[in-house]
Design a protein around this ligand. Structure first.
Ligand code: HGY
Ligand code: MN
Ligand code: MN
Length: 410
C-alpha cells in the first residue's frame, strides 16, 4: 500500500483509549489519575507495556517523562508527538490520552505497513501536565525544556502535602535520562479542543496556531475565627466572606478587561469550614488567561489592587503566591500549515485555531518547531466525565497526525 493511502485502525485506537480510561474511574464516570498517584502509575505502566509490545525503546527521564522511540533509517533528531495521561479529578477519557495513544496508533500503523521513516519517531507521555496536584501545570514538559529547575519541581509540595520527588520515586518513575533526552526536529500534539468552537462550527480538524497566556495565583487569607452568632458584623475578620468577594471580583474583572479574558476561582478551602464559625483562613486559587499578554498583566495588576483593598477593609492578612505564569505562545506557522494541508488532503474540514487550554506543546515549542491538531469536543465540555468526541473525529485526528508526522519524518 502506498504511504498516502495509509489510515490508522480506529477500533484499535478506541480500544486502547477505553482500557486507559478504565484506570482510575470513579463512580460518576470520571477518570481520576492525579499526577504521581497509584492510578497515574497504573496508567503509566499500561502505556509502557504497550510501547514495549510495539518494539519501541522506552526511556524515562529524571522528571518521570516517558518516551517510546521507533528507530528511523537515519540516526538523527527525531520527530516527536505525545501529550499526557494524568488527569484532573473529574477528568474525561480523551484529554491528553488521545495524544499519547494516537501516537502509539501511528507507530503501529507504520509497523503493520512495514513502512520505515528516515527520522526516528518518538511518542512522549509528559509528567503532571494538569498541575492539579503539583503546580504548575505542564510541569514535566516545562522542566524538560529547562523552563524550571528540576530540583525546584522535586521540592514542590502537592495540595495533599506530599513532596513531588518522593511520590515520583514511590511510583517507580524517577528515571535517569537527562532533560531534554531528545531535541526534536519537530513536535506535533493531537488533543481534543476542550472548547466549543469546532463542535459549533461543524469542523473536524483545528490547526492550532497559538495558545493563550496563563496566570495561576494562590491567595491565602488570614482573618479571625469567631462565633457566628455573638460576633457583631463590625467586629468580623471573615476569611469566608473574603473568599466569596474574590470569586465575585474575578468574574467582574473579566468584563472589565474584556476581549477574551477569562477568570476562574476553581478552589476555595476554608478553615475550620464549619457552619457556626466565622472562617479564620481561606485558600483561594485564581486562574486568569488571555491571548494578549499585556491584558493578562493588567488583569493580574487589578487583582493585586483589589486584594490590598480587601485586606484593609476587612482587617485580614492576604498573601499571594504565583503557581504558574506562562506567556502566550505562537506555534510554528509551517507546521500549522502542513496540518491544514494534510487535513484537506484527507478530506476533512479544517480551520486555524487558538488553544484556550495549556498543553505540553507550549513548552516543547521552546526547543523545537511545534504545532497542534485539535478535534471537536462535543458541546465543548472537558475536565468533566461528560467529555466526549465522535469516534470518526478521533480517527480523523489520528490520521492527520499520521500523515503530518510522515511528512516531517521523511
Ligand atoms: O490548565 C490547563 O489548561 C491544562 O488543562 N493543564
Ligand atoms: Mn490536556
Ligand atoms: Mn486538562
Amino acid at each position: 500500500m502506498k504511504a498516502e493511502q495509509l489510515r490508522i485502525n480506529p477500533a484499535r485506537l478506541l480500544d486502547r483509549l477505553n482500557q486507559l480510561a478504565a484506570i482510575g474511574r470513579t463512580e460518576d464516570g470520571s477518570c481520576c489519575r492525579l499526577a504521581l498517584t497509584d492510578e497515574d502509575k497504573a496508567g503509566r505502566d499500561l502505556v509502557v507495556r504497550w510501547m514495549r509490545e510495539l518494539g519501541l525503546e522506552v526511556r524515562i527521564d529524571q522528571a518521570g517523562n516517558i518516551f517510546g522511540l521507533r528507530r528511523g533509517t537515519e540516526d538523527t533528531d527525531p520527530v516527536m508527538t505525545g501529550s499526557h495521561i494524568d488527569t484532573v479529578r473529574t477528568g474525561g477519557r480523551y484529554d491528553g490520552c488521545l495524544g499519547v495513544l494516537g501516537g502509539l496508533e501511528v507507530v503501529q500503523t507504520l509497523a503493520d505497513a512495514g513502512l520505515a521513516t528516515r527520522r526516528p519517531l518518538v511518542v512522549g507521555a509528559f509528567t503532571d501536565e494538569e498541575g492539579a496536584r503539583f503546580h504548575p501545570d505542564m510541569a514535566g514538559s516545562l522542566v524538560y525544556v529547562g523552563g524550571m529547575p528540576l530540583e525546584e519541581l522535586y521540592a514542590t509540595r502537592g495540595i495533599d502535602g506530599k513532596i513531588f520527588r518522593d511520590e515520583l520515586e514511590r511510583i517507580g518513575y524517577l528515571g535517569e535520562a537527562p532533560l531534554p533526552l531528545y531535541r526534536p526536529h519537530a513536535y506535533v500534539e493531537l488533543h481534543i479542543e476542550q472548547g466549543p468552537v469546532l463542535d459549533q462550527e461543524g469542523i473536524t480538524i483545528g490547526a492550532v496556531e497559538d495558545l493563550q497566556g496563563i496566570s495561576w495565583t494562590e491567595v491565602l487569607v488570614t482573618g479571625q475565627s469567631n462565633h457566628a452568632g455573638t460576633t457583631p458584623m463590625r467586629m468580623r475578620h471573615d476569611a469566608g466572606y473574603c473568599a466569596g468577594a474574590i470569586a465575585t471580583f474575578v468574574r467582574a474583572l473579566t468584563k472589565e478587561i474584556g476581549g477574551n479574558q477569562v477568570g476562574t476561582v476553581g478552589s476555595i478551602t476554608l478553615h475550620p469550614n464549619l457552619t457556626n464559625v466565622i472562617a479564620a483562613r481561606a485558600r483561594v486559587t485564581v486562574d486568569l488567561r488571555n491571548t494578549d499578554d499585556a491584558s493578562l498583566a493588567r488583569a493580574e495588576q487589578r487583582l493585586g489592587e483589589f486584594l490590598r483593598q480587601l485586606a484593609r477593609e476587612e482587617g485580614v492578612k492576604i498573601e499571594t503566591h504565583s503557581l504558574a505564569r506562562f506567556a502566550p505562545v505562537m506555534f510554528d506557522e509551517s507546521i500549522a500549515a502542513l496540518i491544514s494541508r494534510t487535513a484537506q488532503r484527507l478530506g476533512h474540514s479544517c480551520r486555524p485555531m487558538t488553544s484556550g487550554a495549556g498543553h505540553d506543546a507550549q513548552m516543547i515549542a521552546r526547543i523545537a518547531p511545534t504545532a497542534m491538531i485539535f478535534v471537536p469536543s462535543i458541546r465543548g465540555i472537558s475536565h468533566n466525565p461528560a467529555e466526549d468526541t465522535k469516534p470518526e473525529h478521533l480517527a480523523a485526528g489520528a490520521d492527520v497526525l499520521l500523515h503530518t508526522l510522515l511528512e516531517l519524518a521523511a
